[in-house]
Design a protein around this ligand. Structure first.
Ligand SMILES: *Cc1c(COP(=O)(O)O)cnc(C)c1O
Length: 450
């Protein structure tokens, strides 16, 4: 069996329990054509077969992680109510659950006073953070590393803020000398530090960036959409540990529960250290239904209607798997990181491969060894295809050649960027499946190289 379905029994029971809260109302009987629904739903299932097996350990490509069954169930359960977390009147219980769930996430970074909410994803969360940055420093620039998520330059465009990209070093981190050079112009309003870059999982060094902040006054925004939850694990490199330990000193943090927080899509989170930024969200909408004096989440969020379901799912997941340093949730992440370290070691001691960077989280990046970067790109694509034929799903990504020039000593650089292989080992099961994954990678590689 590939799909867990035993949990559906719990859903039926919980649905009854929830229904018992509404028994004083007269019953409404709605008629549906169940045969037609069945036909359409089976057709839907047929359509959905056309997907990579994201739920399976052999899917080790892009950032896709199956939601925990509790998240699926809680999300579905809430849909019989379909609360809207725009206002307390749209979802009393789910608004309260959102406040609690977000407070737990903020607590993970050591914040007990903060402003924050769930939004549709990392893009929206970063947009809100940079929107506040722009309100505070409208004349100044946003800067982020060349390996930061492309959303930052696009968001800056949307917000009509100027943006500059800062080169990275060989470890795929923002280059501190290059950063200081831009800071010296006095035109930087906000530095975006990437805590877990989307390509390699690299981490910008916060202690050093914070030192620069002492000298050059800027706002620090941490894009930890992918990496944020790794603050809980006990197997980071010492440098990464120091960075995670300083994360609470940023002015704003973004973390995506739909990346590593076991949530279905549609769940990002933005946090501000200073609750005072809430005043920028002030609006005077004639349509909304803010009836009580309590905080309505719609008053501190750019999106209006928001799925209460996402908050309910997040709350239930955190209830089952609290975000504690030595808890089960943290152990799952630590296993992913361990899987990445082990895959890295196997690749590193195999002469067929070149490594891009040492993994800081659970993302591994490498390439097949060849004479030129153009040939490496061809071979990477071929291995990607050959692995996929064997049901092992990796990812490819384009990396600036400049950043591997020093480490890939015998390679001729005939292209500005080079296609590499990339694997996000996001499922804790990846560790147990590593031998099988390696076997397929080995075969796929030999098919291409020999
Ligand atoms: C995924 C990601 C984003 C974008 O978030 P979405 O949830 O895809 O909108 C931004 N920054 C980083 C570092 C990411 O990994």
């Amino acid at each position: 069996m590939q799909f867990e379905s035993k949990s559906l029994e719990i859903l039926a029971e919980a649905l009854k329990e929830m229904e018992s809260g509404f028994t004083e109302l007269p019953e409404v009987s709605l008629e549906f054509d169940y045969e037609a629904m069945q036909r359409v739903l089976l057709e839907t299932a047929e359509k959905l077969k056309d997907n990579y097996p994201y739920f399976h350990p052999y899917y080790a490509g892009q950032m896709l992680k199956p939601p925990h069954p509790i998240a699926r169930l809680a999300y579905m359960l809430s849909l019989w109510i379909n609360p809207n977390n725009h206002a307390i009147d749209g979802g009393r219980a789910s608004s309260q659950m959102e406040k609690e769930a977000v407070a737990d996430i903020a607590g993970m970074f050591g914040w007990d006073k903060f402003l924050g909410h769930i939004c549709s994803g990392g893009t929206m969360a970063n947009l809100e953070a940079l929107w506040i940055s722009g309100k505070l420093n409208s004349e100044k620039m946003i800067v982020a590393s060349e390996l930061a998520h492309y959303t930052h330059s696009r968001i800056s465009e949307v917000l009509k803020l100027s943006f500059q990209s800062v080169p990275c070093n060989e470890r795929a981190q923002i280059d501190l000398n290059a950063l200081e050079k831009v800071l010296k112009t006095g035109r930087v309003g906000t530095v975006v530090a990437t805590i877990g870059s989307t390509g390699t999982g690299s981490i910008d060094p916060l202690p050093e960036i914070l030192q620069l902040r002492e000298q050059y006054d800027f706002r620090l925004h941490a894009d930890a959409a992918y990496g944020g939850y790794f603050i809980l694990v006990d197997n980071l490199s010492p440098a990464a540990r120091l960075t995670f330990d300083s994360l609470g000193q940023a002015e704003s943090i973004v973390v995506d529960p739909h990346k590593h927080g076991l949530q279905p899509y549609g769940c990002g989170c933005v946090l501000f250290k200073d609750p005072g930024v809430g005043s920028y969200y002030k609006h005077d909408s004639p349509y909304t239904y803010f009836s009580s004096k309590e905080l309505h989440l719609g008053e501190i969020s750019l999106e209006c209607s928001r799925p209460g379901a996402a908050a309910v799912a997040l709350w239930a997941t955190q209830k089952l798997l609290p975000m504690e340093k030595r808890g089960e949730f943290a152990a799952g992440l630590a296993k992913s990181r361990q899987a990445a370290l082990e895959l890295y070691q196997r690749l590193n001691s195999d002469s067929r491969f070149l490594l891009v960077v040492e993994p800081e989280l659970d993302i591994v990046t490498w390439a097949p060894r060849a004479k030129t970067t153009s040939r490496i790109s061809e071979l990477s694509r071929a291995i990607f295809e050959s692995a996929a034929k064997r049901n092992l799903h990796l990812a490819t990504f384009n990396y600036p050649s400049r950043l591997v020039r020093k480490t890939w000593k015998e390679v001729q650089f005939d292209t500005d960027s080079v296609v590499c292989l990339r694997s996000c080992l996001m499922k804790p099961e990846h560790l147990d499946w590593l031998d099988r994954i390696w076997e397929l990678l080995d075969k796929a590689t030999n098919e291409v190289l020999l």
